[in-house]
Design a protein around this ligand. Structure first.
Ligand code: GAP
Length: 444
């Protein structure tokens, strides 16, 4: 892990964003738990996506399909036969690698060594299916093998007809879903970047064949704008088109939204043209018609699909990496700060009494109660004001409001801006409007 990544991970653990799962039992590789601040940020990201993809559009509806689905779904989709990674083992140190990622891999057993550099020979590649299998039913021998879904998308495809029949949607339209997905990844790493249990936000947008390339461009642009609306800096984002040899079995084209992580450019989201592959496969395997009626052409047509798909956890890591900064203050001291967009900050306002006397705590408590229904607000009276600023810089709190002696005489408070560290005085009765304007007009 790079030094910067280690610092980001240490902050997320120290401040209660992300903890290794089952840590008191030594942990379980590639699984993580979200702490009090993490769960808040994760929820805000999902809400922002849902708002942008579903609520603000007339032609996208939502869905929440189950994680467990009929095994035939995964036979039809090609996952049983083809959702494989090529696995190789080092005969000497027993480390395990993905053969298609050898170039980028380092040996987990021998620090600083590349695969096979310990003097071990690598085995021939074996295909390893990434789906987790489980049993449905109480008696193991009779129970049917089913799978934990490796993508949420198939839940959307198998509900395509139900949604068309029960709502007023017309092609072109989308179905969006947020939910857990599971992959038995051979190589994990970089904290929550690649996990075995993760969450996806996916949308399948159904379009008339022949209009798919236009919609593919449209959704790439839309998605890039959304990333920027989160405050992620444009210079850290790009779209990389897939080469033909890296396209998934169902895709005709794919553009990855990539972010410049501490270890280099990597995928955070994929926008794929899945053609009519999935719906046609499900038609074939289920025997049910999954076409729509094209009234102009007077024929039944299986739509093409454009799919923006991303991992919530990877989105979370992206936002944190972009926000993280170690900054040298004018007095020479270093501060760690998360420049989170105020709409994503788990805590938006910290309210502090300057000292714990002269009626300041009571006045601060009243300001806290006033702000709490409008902003995610905390009341903090522990330690010096400087310490309270540092704590809040580290968790990305954009505004700190301090109640001091002047508040008691003229009713004004100090607002300290996280990014500039500048302070200004505002009347208490103007505080909500002032902060709301700051949140709405934020640019980094
Ligand atoms: N339905 C298409 C699909 O699942 P994918 O490229 O395999 O495509 C989409 O996954 C997104 O899901 C990725 O861009 C990434 O953000 C996230 N993702 C995939 N595997 C992941 C893993 N093991 N851990 C965390 N996120 C993952």
């Amino acid at each position: 892990m790079s030094e910067t990544m280690e610092k980001v991970v240490s902050l997320t653990k120290r401040r209660g964003f992300v903890y290794p799962s089952s840590e008191i039992y030594g942990g379980l590789e590639a699984t993580y738990d979200y702490g009090p601040l993490g769960v808040e940020l994760k929820r805000l990201l999902k809400d922002d996506w849902w708002e942008n993809i579903v609520r603000e559009r007339e032609n996208v509806v939502g869905l929440d399909a189950s994680i467990l689905m009929a095994a035939r779904v995964w036979e039809a989709s090609g996952h049983v036969a083809g959702f494989n990674d090529p696995l190789v083992d080092c005969k000497k140190c027993k480390a395990r690698f993905r053969q298609d990622k050898l170039e980028q891999s380092v040996c987990p057993k021998k620090k600083g060594k590349r695969p096979g550099e310990c003097g071990g020979e690598l085995t021939e590649p074996r295909q390893f299916n990434l789906m987790f299998k489980t049993k449905a039913g109480p008696v193991d021998e009779d129970a049917a093998t089913i799978y934990l879904r490796p993508e949420t998308a198939q839940g959307i495809f198998v509900n395509f007809k139900s949604v068309m029949d029960t709502t007023r949607v017309k092609i072109p339209f989308g179905i969006a879903q947020i939910g857990k997905a599971f992959r038995n990844e051979i190589v994990t790493g970089n904290n929550i970047f690649r996990m075995r249990e993760f969450e996806q936000m996916e949308m399948e947008f159904f379009v008339a064949p022949g209009t798919d390339e236009e919609w593919f461009d449209y959704w790439q642009n839309e998605r890039l704008s959304w990333w920027q609306s989160l405050g992620v800096r444009a210079e850290n984002l790009r779209i990389r088109p897939h080469r033909d040899d890296e396209l998934a079995h169902y895709a005709r084209a794919c553009g990855d939204v990539e972010f410049k992580y501490p270890w280099g450019w990597d995928e955070v989201e994929g926008i794929a043209n899945r053609t009519d592959y999935d719906l046609k496969k499900h038609q074939e395997y289920s025997g049910r018609g999954l076409a729509y009626r094209d009234e102009e052409k007077k024929e039944w047509v299986v739509p093409y699909v454009i799919e923006p798909s991303m991992g919530v956890d990877r989105c979370f890591l992206t936002v944190l990496c972009d926000a993280y900064e170690e900054e040298v203050k004018p007095n020479g001291e270093t501060r760690t700060v998360l420049h989170l967009h105020p709409k994503l900050a788990p805590v938006q306002v910290g309210v502090f009494p300057l000292v714990k006397k002269e009626g300041m705590p009571e006045r601060a408590e009243a300001v806290y109660q006033m702000l709490k229904p409008v902003f995610r607000t905390v009341y903090d009276k522990g330690g010096t004001v400087g310490k309270r600023y540092s704590r809040n810089d580290e968790i990305g709190t954009p505004f700190c409001v301090t109640i001091d002696a002047d508040t008691l005489t003229d009713g004004t408070v100090t607002i300290r801006d996280r990014d500039t560290m500048e302070q200004e005085r505002v009347a208490e009765d103007q505080l909500i409007a002032f902060l709301a304007d700051k949140v709405a007009s934020y640019t980094r």
